[in-house]
Design a protein around this ligand. Structure first.
Ligand SMILES: NC(=O)C1=CN([C@@H]2O[C@H](COP(=O)(O)OP(=O)(O)OC[C@H]3O[C@@H](n4cnc5c(N)ncnc54)[C@H](OP(=O)(O)O)[C@@H]3O)[C@@H](O)[C@H]2O)C=CC1
Ligand SMILES: O=C(O)[C@@H]1CCC=N1
Length: 274
């Protein structure tokens, strides 16, 4: 069985580890490096995996290493891991927003097989969406390995042009937050009209789930699904006309553009640090 190490045991690592163990991956094959003692204890208790304070120890025997730290931490960990990686030449998987393959190659050593991917937090419940992009050193078997790890967390799509990974980040990486923000706004609007908050929350959240399930399970065009809700001259039409008058597509496009630009900025900031 493939030995897998996570560097950083935060939100996304927990989501991915939880998904993998649910698919039958043995806890004994997974290790994690996490600086916070309390977080190590929780990870060990929850998942039964080996937890280390030192990155080098977690990575020592691994055939696949998932870099699950914040982008700004990457330059700090490469010095620690570089020798181990050059010796063992594992498959490296980075989930960091913005961080480019050429930067990872420069920091961790050229010639390494590296997959840059962008999962999202619904991975925690097996409903994640991940874009993946590989450098030229990744073999077909390693591609399948990376896909297997991320498939455990939801759906996966390979992205051939790495330049589009910042778009994936802005779409599905950050995307759950957009839907949460919409639910918050819907809830606030209904509460302002007098609906009890718990009722507003439950109806808004279930509506989000129902719409999402119809999109995913039915596979129909969102425009068609929208039209079916929209009776001529009815309530939905009134709401959609209000959205259009306020420029909803433009507002969304600007937000996705801002997130995409921030991804590129993160990478540029790291170039200045390292
Ligand atoms: N959150 C999200 O929705 C998504 C995040 N990502 C990407 O995933 C990565 C992780 O994000 P997320 O899980 O949210 O962040 P978290 O802060 O939850 O996790 C990062 C973890 O790394 C640990 N850490 C800090 N320094 C080191 C170090 N030197 N060596 C090893 N571990 C260290 C942190 O410990 P401590 O807390 O003690 O500092 C923390 O537990 C980021 O690069 C982000 O861009 C990708 C997709 C979605
Ligand atoms: O906000 C962020 O930078 C990370 C990447 C995608 C989701 N969270």
């Amino acid at each position: 069985m493939t030995r897998l190490a996570f560097i950083g045991g935060g939100n996304m690592a927990r989501s991915l580890i939880g998904g993998l163990l649910k698919t039958g991956v043995a806890p004994a094959t997974v290790s994690v490096a996490e600086p916070l003692a309390e977080a190590r204890q929780t990870l060990g208790r929850e998942f039964g995996i080996a937890c280390y304070a030192e990155n080098r120890l977690a990575a020592a025997e691994a055939e696949v290493i998932v870099l699950a730290v914040k982008p700004q931490i990457m330059p700090a960990i490469h010095a620690e891991l570089r020798d181990t990686l050059q010796r063992n030449r594992p498959l490296l998987i980075s989930i960091a927003a913005g961080v480019r393959l050429d930067q990872l190659e420069r920091w961790f050593g050229s010639g390494l097989p590296i997959v840059r991917c962008m999962p999202n937090t619904p991975a925690l419940i097996g409903a994640g969406a991940t874009g993946l992009c590989a450098n030229s050193r990744v073999s077909p078997a390693q591609k399948a390995q990376a896909q297997h790890i991320l498939d455990a967390a939801g759906i996966t799509r390979w992205i051939d042009d790495e330049a589009l990974m910042d778009t994936v980040t802005a779409l599905s990486g950050s995307g759950p937050a957009y839907f949460f923000a919409l639910v918050e706004a819907l809830e606030a609007a209904a509460v302002a009209q007098g609906l009890p908050r718990d009722t507003a929350r439950a109806l808004a959240a279930q509506t989000c789930l129902g719409a999402g399930r119809m999109l995913v399970e039915g596979g129909e065009d969102p425009a068609l699904l929208r039209q079916r809700v929209t009776s001529p001259n009815g309530t939905t039409q009134a709401a959609l006309e209000s959205f259009a008058a306020d420029g909803l597509p433009h507002i969304v496009a600007r937000a996705v553009h801002a997130a995409t630009r921030r991804g590129a900025e993160l990478a540029n900031e790291l170039d200045k640090l390292s």
